[in-house]
Design a protein around this ligand. Sequence first.
Ligand code: BTN
Length: 244
Amino acid sequence: SAVAYGLEAPFEIEYHDSIDSTNRRARELATDGRSDVAVLADEQTGGRGRLDRAWASPSGGVWLSLALRPGVPIAHAPAFTLAAAVAVTRAAREAGVDARIKWPNDVVVGDDERKLAGVLTEVEGEADRVDWVVVGIGSNVNVDPAALPDEADATSVQDAVGPVDRRAFTQRLLEEFDALRRDLDAVVPAWRADATTLGKRVRVETPGGTVEGEAVDVSFPGALVVDTGEERVTITAGDCEHLR
Ligand code: BTN
């Protein structure tokens, strides 16, 4: 385990006060053959979110990307994304925030489901064996939501419970992620326990069209099972909206 920046983590830590994107840097490391490195930054100047959106990353957040070379089939890669969402949720709950996971990987708080954290996973390799996986985790920790462009939909740990020890938050996150990535079969059960999507009516925009119904389960490595009333549809990718 590496002791750096006060973190005793199961990953080597590369810390930046400011960087364009920790995912970009972690991809570079992974492509160079490095594994088990956590790239951590206080601020990102070019943070990226899903669907190529910009991800606001002011100083005070926990902007983190893990470079991994797990040697699993590409089809298992979504399990790392779910594991990251579970790890952030557990770190946030430890900090006193009632965080829950919205499928697939948004960490949200409160009845209005404001977003606390998101995960962006990138994968490279062959179908039967990934070359690398980069798991990028953006957590609004000691951030004022007024500093975020999507203020109305966003929240932060600071907003919910006041500023916290970012080092302790990050340490917990890394430990939880490490335990789950070593036991991928434990990821889906852990995800179910922290989810807010299951049991809700959902509308999911998928590449194959819109699916509406009750979210009844998540199956390995992270697909959402929706009961439309006529059939059960298994959705591997899409944007999910909770209808109640
Ligand atoms: C989402 O759209 O919900 C995913 C957001 C992921 C943001 C994190 S912050 C650390 C890492 N570096 C990036 O540029 N993006 C991810």
